[in-house]
Ligand binder design. Structure first.
Ligand SMILES: Cc1cc2nc3c(=O)[nH]c(=O)nc-3n(C[C@H](O)[C@H](O)[C@H](O)COP(=O)(O)OP(=O)(O)OC[C@H]3O[C@@H](n4cnc5c(N)ncnc54)[C@H](O)[C@@H]3O)c2cc1C
Length: 340
């Protein structure tokens, strides 16, 4: 049965711990409950806002209409084939628990993506990535409900149009509800430890045999040392994407700022480190009333004082303007704005 709650405080539903309210909220555990919730919203004229774990959103204020929280659970091995093992997870599965489950099964591929907060269903939305790996590299397919046609359909890798922190589902926000995802994992680990901080930690282990569990432990330990735990210091992870600029702009910047890190991409563009730009501009550790910039990681905006979404977004705008003025580079916000 579907339980609709009204006037629900959303602080426990977002990792920035912003105190906004949902006009109505429902936790859905199955495709059938999702359909019921969407039908109710349509019949009542309520706009729908979709949430997983709330670790990649900024609540600008109260959310009108119906907040649908994806709580469907279930994970399974679908097929064991010579080139890989196909697994499936329901959208509401906790991402990190899913990673641990695959490691327990002796499967590799997700170890670099350990400890990323949120749900399995949201992982393809911004093509989550960390330590040199993106989820698209392990992706097989997903099922999603198309809210325009009411149909459930399967999406292949190509159809998802994944890009850096981007996908069809982020661009067409609100149209598709991801129900379950399928990933193709390795029974023989093919480790990716070339990303600088991880490479150093892996070398220090002295191991020569590929061991996905060890890599997962290293990733978790690096993450714990660098990123604030949202349960202690509310945050939404990286607040800005790393900007992509043309090779010409990158050359001009390198001439003016010789220590600026630059990462050439396939296709000719160059990726800059948003954290470096913000750090060099002097924002690391900055406090603006209840909100601020993390003192260890300039890319992470924090909300230790229970600030509002407007205060978080106000600080983000000041940083964007400052970086634009200093470097001529426009930062793009990573977490979408919800409500207000
Ligand atoms: C401390 C911290 C560290 C982080 N580190 C990383 C990192 O290393 N790499 C990285 O990529 N991200 C990182 N993130 C961001 C975040 O963890 C991921 O984006 C995660 O996938 C968000 O999942 P969620 O369930 O919390 O999504 P939510 O925040 O609930 O939702 C995010 C967006 O996805 C949509 N959505 C959610 N579920 C569905 C669904 N089932 N179908 C369709 N749309 C849906 C929502 O409507 C919303 O627009 C970090 C966040 C924090 C707080």
């Amino acid at each position: 049965m579907l339980t609709v709650e009204s006037g629900v405080g959303l602080q426990p539903f977002n990792s920035m711990a912003i105190k906004a309210r949902a006009e109505h909220l429902v936790r859905v555990q199955s495709d059938a409950q999702l359909r019921q919730a969407l039908e109710l919203a349509q019949a009542s004229g309520w706009p729908v806002t979709l949430l997983g774990g709330g670790s990649n959103v900024v609540l600008a204020g109260d959310v009108a209409g119906l907040v649908v929280v994806m709580c469907s659970r279930g994970r399974r091995v679908l097929a064991r084939e010579p080139h890989g093992v196909l697994i499936e997870a329901e959208a509401g599965e906790n991402w990190h628990q899913l990673v641990c489950w695959t490691l327990d099964l002796g499967l590799a591929g997700l170890e670099n993506l350990s400890l990323i907060p949120g749900t399995a269903g949201a992982a393809p939305v911004q093509n989550i990535g960390a330590y040199g790996v993106e989820v698209r590299e392990l992706f097989d397919s997903l099922d999603a409900l198309d809210r325009e046609t009411g149909e459930i359909r399967s999406f292949s890798l190509q159809e998802c149009a994944f890009a850096y922190r981007d996908s069809l589902f982020k661009r067409a926000a609100g149209r598709y509800v991801i129900l379950r995802i399928r990933l193709c994992l390795q029974s023989r680990p093919c480790l990716r430890v070339d990303y600088a901080p991880l490479a150093a930690a892996w070398q220090a282990t002295g191991l020569t045999r590929a061991d996905a569990r060890v890599v997962a432990e290293l990733v978790m330990s690096i993450r714990r040392s660098k990123l604030p735990d949202p349960a202690l210091i509310p945050n939404a992870g990286s607040f800005f994407k790393n900007p992509l600029v043309s090779a010409r702009v990158a050359d001009e910047l390198a001439a003016r700022f010789p220590t600026m890190p630059q990462f050439p991409q396939e296709g000719g563009e160059v990726k800059l480190a948003a954290g470096w730009l913000i750090d060099q501009a002097g924002w690391k550790g900055f406090r603006d009333g209840p909100v601020g910039v993390h003192r260890e990681q300039a890319l992470v905006l924090v909300n230790p004082g229970g600030g509002t979404g407007a205060q978080v977004l106000g600080l983000a705008e000041k940083i964007r303007q400052d970086v634009l003025q200093r470097y001529g580079v426009l930062l793009e916000q990573e977490p979408p704005v919800v409500g207000g």
